[in-house]
Design a protein around this ligand. Structure first.
Ligand code: FPP
Length: 266
């Protein structure tokens, strides 16, 4: 069942946009392994970071390139940030890849995003599997074209036994619909309380959201993790998503370490 309107879109062949992935790191690699070596080891380190990856279009526009190239470079940033999240010891990284509102984009752009999603899974799945990355989808990915649904489910199955960093990808995700559905499920089971609603959210099995990052200078949540962000720290940067690197993630973690979290208390 689709949460909002959606239309079948053919994933664009991405030969023209294709990229190669570095060889998969092995679980037993002494240099990286799945050990937690980064800032997140400290008692101030966030367990769960989410990112609104914004600015692919502007990155491309500045260079007089098609928007699809901005998205392609965005995927390359995703790859590096996922690797960094793992080595920094994050328990969960949630990425806003496709919102329920993104269906309003032109069909060719949606097709390019779908093609990139497919090629990303195909090229990076071995690396996730080898590095104990647990893959999770939030949102109604089943509204996507059957070949994408099949590929996503293959990837989920392949990483199902993993217990390292969780990479949660938001696909056809909208937070208001998520909350409404969680409330309906909670009501069907018994009393509606914040706890019973929270237990039905797509993120129920993830640690509480600690830090929410948005790139490209926009300062809004855009229907992403509205419930989960209740006590999250926010970090906004002017950097456009394709230019975002692990050093920026480190910068955000350092800013997080300086924040005093009081959760409404004193
Ligand atoms: C916003 O850029 C970004 C998106 C629409 C989604 C992010 C998608 C990717 C990084 C690529 C696909 C991801 C995966 C995980 C395969 P924008 O187009 O809104 O930028 P603009 O605001 O500058 O126009």
């Amino acid at each position: 069942m689709s949460r909002t309107f959606s239309r079948p879109v053919r994933a664009e062949p991405v030969e023209a946009l294709s990229f190669s992935s570095a060889p998969a790191e092995r679980k037993d690699s002494p240099s990286t392994g799945s050990g937690r070596t980064g800032l997140a080891d400290s008692k101030y380190g966030p367990r769960h970071v989410a990112i609104i990856m914004d600015g692919n279009g502007r990155w491309a526009k500045k260079r007089h390139l098609p928007r699809a190239i901005g998205h392609k470079r965005g995927v390359e940033a995703v790859r590096e940030v996922v690797r960094a999240a793992r080595t920094m010891g994050l328990e969960a990284l949630t990425l806003y890849a496709f919102s329920t509102e993104n269906w309003r984009r032109p069909e060719d752009e949606i097709g390019a995003l779908m093609g990139l999603l497919k090629s990303f899974i195909l090229s990076d799945l071995d690396e996730f599997a080898a590095n104990d990355v647990r893959l999770k989808i939030i949102g109604d990915y089943k509204a996507f074209a059957p070949d994408i649904v099949e590929l996503v489910e293959h990837a989920l199955g392949r990483c199902a036994g993993n217990s390292g960093t969780t990479l949660a990808v938001a696909l056809n995700y909208g937070s208001q619909a998520e909350i409404a559905q969680a409330a309906a499920k909670a009501a069907a089971k018994g009393p509606i309380t914040p706890q019973t609603i929270e237990a039905e959210l797509d993120t129920a099995d993830l640690p509480p959201l600690d830090l929410l990052i948005r790139t490209s200078g926009e300062v809004r949540l855009s229907n992403f993790l509205l419930w989960q962000a209740a006590y999250a720290e926010m970090w906004f940067t002017e950097v456009l998503w394709p230019d975002f690197t692990p050093a920026h993630l480190q910068q955000a973690l350092e800013a997080f370490a300086q924040r005093e979290r009081r959760y409404g208390g004193r």
